[in-house]
Design a binder for this molecule. Structure first.
Ligand code: ATP
Length: 276
């Protein structure tokens, strides 16, 4: 799927009156099948940008085009269909705690399923080999029938990534996929994610705190600061000076701070299942 943003601004519904826009005047074109990483200090607006691209949050100004159409000008059913062609993976995947991993992965198929198939798959997972293959990509093949609440935080994050692999989606929007992974697994997971997207011709936009992983694995890097585009460059052209300016007053986020030494224990699992 291709994306185009022109002069796009966004604010949160709960923002105080007179508060500045969270995104301001963003211009960005992403070709179908491109992979890019969005970096920038905490609070820069990275998650908000993903939510706008996922058609979950309307822009307050400017234009968004997804595959050439303005999502917010579409009839409700067409907007729903469009949302079914993309997947937004939040930083903490909302996985029901007692669910089996196989079911959690296959939930990526929900937009293409009838209600009957969705209900049946809760009891008799409909495509176990597909879930298994997706988990193998993220080194979780042995967890296929494990319960989600017995996984570490990093394993849950990788279950979320595996869900993208089975989804009928042409756009993967992934928020901080490595935040609970140890550095070695983080590098392997991001490498797998980018190469799977490239092999399938899927457009991938991922926000990342690990700048080294972004530069090593993504061909294009967008720097965001205070809701504005600081740069949009091939990764080879992102210099230490640009990074220093992007993370000024947030140097700790640029130098380490990001990845935990070991996969973090799982946080209490949220009960909601909504991942789109
Ligand atoms: N629901 C909300 N209501 C009002 N303001 C919000 C809301 N959610 C986030 N914000 C504000 O919007 C700004 C951007 O938040 P966002 O989560 O998009 O940044 P981010 O770059 O993803 O940060 P992080 O790297 O810490 O996840 C922040 O200043 C934040 O405080």
């Amino acid at each position: 799927m291709k994306l185009s943003l022109q002069g796009l601004s966004a604010r949160h519904a709960t923002a105080r009156h007179g508060a500045a826009d969270v995104l301001a005047g963003i211009g960005l074109d992403v070709a179908a099948g491109e992979q890019l990483a969005v970096i920038g200090p905490s609070g820069a607006g990275k998650t908000t940008l993903l939510e706008v691209l996922a058609c979950a949050r309307p822009p307050s100004a400017g234009a968004l085009r997804v595959d050439g159409s303005d999502p917010w000008g579409l009839p409700a059913r067409a907007l729903q269909r469009l949302r079914g062609r993309l997947i937004l993976l939040p930083q903490v995947p909302p996985l029901p705690p007692r669910q089996r991993v196989v079911t959690a992965v296959l939930a990526g198929r929900l937009p293409g399923w009838s209600l009957w198939t969705a209900l049946r798959s809760l009891f008799y997972p409909v495509d176990i080999p597909a879930a298994d293959a997706a988990l193998e990509v993220f080194e979780l093949g042995d967890k296929l029938f494990e319960r989600v609440d017995r996984l570490s935080g990093g394993e849950r994050q990788r279950v979320g990534l595996a869900r993208a692999l089975v989804a009928p989606a042409g756009l993967w929007l992934v928020d901080e996929p490595l935040s609970a992974l140890d550095p070695v697994r983080a590098q392997r997971a991001v490498s797998a994610l980018v190469s799977e997207a490239a092999a399938r011709g899927v457009t991938l936009v991922a926000t990342l705190h690990q700048v080294d992983a972004a530069l090593a694995h993504f061909p294009r890097i967008v720097g965001l600061r205070d809701g504005r585009l600081a740069f949009d460059l091939p990764s080879a052209d992102v210099t230490p000076e640009l990074l220093a300016r992007l993370y000024a007053q947030h140097e700790d986020e640029l130098h380490g701070g990001a990845a935990p030494p070991h996969e973090t224990p799982a946080a209490p699992a949220p009960v909601a299942m909504q991942c789109r």
